[in-house]
Design a protein around this ligand. Structure first.
Ligand code: SF4
Ligand code: SF4
Length: 323
């Protein structure tokens, strides 16, 4: 991981041996993830987006983990096409990430300090996981300090904060009743900074990339809704584009798991599907190269109707849909 003055994205990709073809493919994926609602992608071709993105300097990203399962990191890395994961890491400059870096202990702390100092005021802080607040945050410590202190310190010098996943957005799984650690989303403990919530368990990694690139190329964050979610990704409910929607409209519902309707792919509304109230783009903008849920890897979680809570519904992700 390198910090300090960044190369332009185009220069870095060239030096890394990334082909223009692969870069254009990535830009196409960003357009698919954000076809409307971003200045970067609106009415532009992949070649035009590539030209704009290529001129930008690689954005510095500091990624912190709190009460999480690392699934949000996995969604960034575990694409079925490894080139895509590498390409994302070529476009952004991931200057600190505990899971991916080789350093540990004092070396890791020094790396974080260096990443902050070298990019003060310019880096994007990505938060994965909920923040424990009860009893002054004693339930999670990083280098001997409560994690709530760490996130506040690192956020204080960030240009913007992105809450990656439902846990970081509003507490998610760690905040499940009775929430013994007092787990909350990052926007409950950080103020005075632009914050973007990307709920989902995990969320679409191209949404993260689109938000970061919009910020570094256009100098602003995308338009957000009342929950600080980017409208380009969370303005519609899954139900609108669900592949089982025709069965819903025709009144064909599975009545129990494993029955004939279930096997035939009928609508799962009667089994508890929350697609009609879940704001997310999973149904129309697939990620990790697999149509469906980024965590289960097969079919939408709502399509699978596994649970009675949804990952993208505000305040309703008290139970992880995939557990
Ligand atoms: S949002 Fe889901 S995938 Fe991400 S850290 Fe929380 S439980 Fe894991
Ligand atoms: S499975 Fe869920 S999201 Fe899909 S059509 Fe039925 S109710 Fe809507």
């Amino acid at each position: 991981m390198t910090t300090g003055e960044k190369q332009t994205i185009a220069t870095h990709l060239k030096n890394s041996g990334v082909s223009r073809r692969n870069f254009l493919q990535l830009c196409s994926k960003i357009i698919v993830a954000a076809p409307i609602g971003l200045s970067l992608t609106s009415h532009r071709t992949a070649a035009q987006v590539a030209k704009i993105v290529g001129k930008a300097r690689r954005p510095s990203v500091i990624w912190l983990h709190f009460q999480d399962c690392t699934g949000c990191t996995e969604t960034l890395l575990r694409t079925s096409a490894p080139d895509v994961a590498h390409l994302i890491l070529d476009v952004i400059s991931l200057d600190y990430h505990e899971t991916l870096m080789a350093a540990s202990g004092a070396q890791a702390e020094a790396a974080l300090k260096s990443a902050i100092e070298d990019n003060a005021g310019k880096y994007v802080l990505v938060v994965e996981g909920a923040i424990p607040t009860r009893d002054d945050g004693v339930f999670m410590e990083l280098a001997g300090r409560p994690s709530i202190q760490v996130v506040k310190e690192v956020a204080s010098q960030a240009a913007a904060v992105i809450a990656m996943g439902s846990c970081a957005s509003w507490g998610g799984v760690p905040s499940a009743d009775p929430n013994p650690t007092g787990a909350v989303g990052v926007d409950s403990v950080i103020s005075g900074k632009p914050i973007v919530n990307l709920p989902g368990c995990p969320p679409n990694p191209y949404n993260l990339l689109a938000v970061v690139l919009e910020y570094v190329t256009m100098g602003r964050l995308p338009e957000l809704d009342q929950f600080a979610r980017p409208k380009f990704a969370y303005d519609r409910v899954i139900h609108e584009n669900c592949p089982r929607r025709a069965h819903f409209d025709a009144g064909r519902f599975a009545a129990s798991f494993g029955d004939e309707g279930h096997r035939k792919g009928w609508c799962l509304y009667k089994l508890g599907c929350k697609g009609p109230v879940t704001h997310a783009s999973c149904a129309s903008r697939h990620f990790n190269e697999i149509p469906g849920c980024g965590r289960s890897g097969r079919g939408f979680r709502v399509s699978a109707a596994l649970k009675k809570e949804s990952c993208g519904r505000w305040g309703r992700s008290r139970r992880c849909p995939s557990t």
